[in-house]
Design a protein around this ligand. Structure first.
Ligand SMILES: CC(C)(COP(=O)(O)OP(=O)(O)OC[C@H]1O[C@@H](n2cnc3c(N)ncnc32)[C@H](O)[C@@H]1OP(=O)(O)O)[C@@H](O)C(=O)NCCC(=O)NCCS
Length: 384
């Protein structure tokens, strides 16, 4: 396998976009290619994620993006793996570049849903769950993650302030991130008095519906030679799946796909969890961050929820988690999320994360979950 780098990255501001998902994807793609010091014609393949293009009456968006970049002859394909779509795109790009099939790939995720109301957006999202047993019976993602949160509360001693501290930390980080949907801090009082969305989840336990687009360029070391920015060496690119139907799982105290993907990633990278300097994890709901810390091996079982309250996951803690603000506060434009986690690593490694820097940036991990854990990607990056 060839040594493979992330050499360029770009994101727009998440929230509400005036432009279409396709226009945003094209714009951030060009910005990512330029940040790499490359030209569009250097791209050998474009991997696009755009789960809800159908809400914009647009499928098969890859050729349109490549056309906009002036490279209509370059192959493209759309990768769908629910909320882990663009990290799946990164995995495919890694395989092609590391395997020597192409020298450079563009990975881009884009989503626009703000023209839909909450009911319509919730319905669109819910199609990524199991229609036969979950969605058809009224399940939504806030409801499904509330089930995970209830199981966690039943199994371990928890306090609402533990989950509140996760939301407060991520809002504080997002307030320092120009790409973030919510750029405002919240207090514990605000958290504790926010409305219940799906018991026990409150408003500030939930990620919002966000528009957004993010792109990265993945290239072989030997192709780039003199990178414009500090590249991210891809030390591991691991994917895993697990039973998606909640009723068929042996327990609800974690996501098996995270555990499997993490084990594969740490084996590939020849690293252990305590060698990771910071992580971007999939916190679509605060309970998801708690479970991720446990499943990734950063803290023992039952201690994920208290990590933020204890300061462990703060930017100056022993393991900074979600310095970008995470899905919770940076936002969650489903298809852009996986790539945007890598954009944060790129900015941290390159001194571009002004005001939200983490102290150590030698090794970082990104963790991106599809739906309630039917699919998962874990990537590990380090400096040269
Ligand atoms: C939590 C949720 C139901 C709130 O929707 P809503 O009640 O219709 O809220 P609105 O869109 O009307 O927004 C009302 C206010 O709350 C804010 N808000 C909305 N969602 C928010 C969130 N998740 N966190 C913080 N603030 C939020 C809005 O910015 C708005 O603020 P403003 O009045 O200052 O402008 C919705 O954001 C949601 O379903 N989130 C989860 C999305 C999801 O399931 N993603 C997939 C994960 S796997």
């Amino acid at each position: 396998m060839r040594e493979t780098w992330v050499v360029g990255a770009a994101s727009n501001r998440f929230g509400k976009m005036k432009e279409s998902g396709r226009e945003a994807a094209t714009r951030v793609s060009l910005a990512a290619i330029e940040s790499a010091g490359l030209r569009p014609k250097d791209i050998g393949y474009t991997f696009v994620s755009n789960c809800f293009g159908i809400a914009e009456h647009q499928a098969h968006v890859g050729p349109l993006i490549n056309g906009g970049l002036g490279i209509p002859e370059v192959p493209s394909c759309t990768i769908e793996s629910a909320c882990s779509s663009s990290s799946a795109g990164l995995h495919e790009a890694f395989v092609q570049v590391a395997g020597g099939f192409i020298d450079a790939a563009l990975v881009v995720g884009s989503e626009k849903l703000s023209h839909l109301d909450t009911l319509a957006a919730t319905s669109y999202f819910a199609i990524a769950a199991d229609y036969a047993f979950e969605t058809r019976n009224g399940a939504t993602f806030p409801g499904l993650y509330a089930t995970l949160a209830s199981a966690y509360r039943d199994a371990y001693p928890t306090r609402p302030e533990m989950f509140g501290a996760i939301a407060i930390k991520n809002h504080a980080n997002a307030a320092r991130n120009p790409h973030a949907h919510f750029q405002k801090e919240i207090s514990m009082e605000t958290y504790l008095h926010s409305p219940i969305i799906a018991s026990p989840l409150r408003l500030y336990d939930c990620c919002p519906f966000s528009d957004g687009a993010a792109a990265i360029v993945v290239a072989a070391r030997e192709f780039v030679k003199t990178p414009r920015a500090e590249p991210l060496v891809v030390r591991a690119s691991a994917r895993a799946g697990s039973i998606t139907e909640m009723q068929d799982r042996p327990d609800l105290l974690g996501l098996p796909a995270t555990r499997t993907a993490a084990a594969r990633a740490f084996q590939q990278a020849k690293l252990t969890p305590n060698q990771i300097d910071f992580a971007e994890v999939h916190d679509c709901f605060t309970i998801a961050e708690a479970l991720a810390l446990e499943d990734l091996g950063f803290v023992p079982k039952g201690q994920g929820a208290s990590a933020a309250l204890e300061g462990i996951t703060a930017r100056d803690g022993s393991l900074p988690v979600n310095p970008s603000g995470g899905l919770k506060a940076k936002g969650h434009p489903v298809s852009a999320t996986g790539v945007s986690q890598v954009v944060e690593v790129f900015e941290q490694f390159n001194g571009l994360a002004k005001g939200r820097e983490v102290p150590r940036t030698t090794t970082a991990l990104t963790h991106n979950v599809g739906a309630t854990g039917g699919s998962c990607s874990v990537h590990i990056f380090s400096r040269r």
